[in-house]
Design a protein around this ligand. Structure first.
Ligand code: SF4
Ligand code: SF4
Length: 339
């Protein structure tokens, strides 16, 4: 039987999204990394370890996702993974573009890493590589095969936009053939480089998928994948008028850490100096007003305040000016599994 559930924000566990560097070998069209806002440093291992220690503890279950840039470019990633285990992190994930630098698969074990999560934005090389760059598809597929062959749990992240929605369904047989058991469908955010392809500047470049297409295609593909045993997670995005809206920034413990010391609670704020916290040395300090926390508390009929501010193109209004739907928190997910 298929189970479809909305995954409530985790109020107990802390999720640490740790960008240990912003350097990357690729230049993806939708990259959200913004060096002016996030810094360009590769963090020394000691700094990463001290900052990891801030969020973990015996009474504080925590998960860490190592991110970049491309995190496998960090020469000490294997040691950081092991240190996170020592600190008691409940789960450890490495997000990668598939190039798997520094021989990482031979320097960590499946017992140490819960998931290698690969980014693929097309079921074929032409579509993926038009977004992520020539040769990326072959590298990523080869990386997934190597990880699966070595016994690692693998997942794939697919960032849906108008440039690749047509190949989403083709991902289902591809994931089955590769032996991938988790599939994360993401929605393109108007952040980083995507913000420069803003339709207000260039209408032919609108990468955002309108609500009717999203509702028609995404749940259907998720169900097809679930039927063959793949767990699929995708953002809810659109909420009916009667569905409750909640801002993760107020109720969940998510921390998005960047090399320049900024610590955000909301990914949509990451292009702006709105971070609620920052590291001063190795101390986590809450910043004064105005920061993202002040925005989380605003209540508007459109749902997410940050969406209203930075990507209003995905809103629609009726003749009387009321919104036709609300935009959910970008961190609210639907999970589809076979039970
Ligand atoms: S692989 Fe990730 S960090 Fe690198 S350019 Fe692409 S989106 Fe940006
Ligand atoms: S995406 Fe919107 S609802 Fe979610 S944390 Fe950010 S501001 Fe809050």
């Amino acid at each position: 039987m298929k189970t479809n559930k909305t995954v409530a924000f985790s109020r107990n566990a802390t999720n640490v999204f740790f960008h240990i560097l912003t350097r990357c070998n690729l230049k993806c069209r939708h990259c959200y990394i913004n060096p002016d806002q996030h810094g360009t440093a590769t963090l020394p291992p000691d700094t990463v370890k001290k900052r990891l220690a801030v969020f973990a503890g015996p009474d504080n279950p925590a998960n860490v996702i190592f991110l970049g840039g491309e995190p496998t470019l960090h020469p000490d990633l294997a040691g950081l993974v092991r240190h996170a285990r020592v600190l008691g992190y409940a789960s450890i994930t490495i997000d990668t573009n598939g190039y798997l630098f520094n021989d990482i698969l031979n320097r960590v074990t499946p017992e140490e890493v819960d998931y290698f999560s690969f980014s693929l934005d097309g079921a074929t090389a032409p579509t993926n590589d038009s977004i992520r760059g020539t040769g990326c598809y072959d590298h990523c597929i080869a990386g997934i095969r190597q990880a699966v062959a070595r016994g690692f749990n693998t997942s794939v992240i697919y960032t849906v936009s108008t440039a690749n929605l047509h190949e989403l369904e083709m991902m289902v047989p591809l994931l089955e053939e590769l032996g991938v058991h988790r599939f994360f469908i993401q929605v393109i955010g108007i952040r980083g480089k995507s913000a420069l392809e803003n339709p207000a500047r260039n209408p032919s470049q609108n990468l955002q998928v309108e609500s009717a297409r999203w509702m028609r295609i995404i749940p259907d593909v998720a169900e097809k994948a679930a039927r063959i045993g793949i767990t699929v997670t995708y953002p809810k995005v659109f909420l009916g008028k009667d569905e409750p809206f909640e801002c993760a920034g107020l109720v969940a413990k998510n921390f998005f850490i960047f090399p320049n010391g900024r610590v955000y609670r909301c990914p949509l704020c990451e292009d702006f100096p709105l971070h609620q916290f920052e590291f001063r040395g190795d101390r986590l300090v809450e910043r004064g007003r105005i920061n993202e926390k002040d925005l989380f508390q605003l209540s508007i009929p459109e749902g997410c305040v940050m969406n209203r501010l930075i990507q209003p193109d995905n809103l629609a209004y009726g003749p009387d000016g009321t919104p036709e739907y609300k935009i959910a928190c970008c961190l609210l997910k639907e999970e589809v599994t076979l039970s």
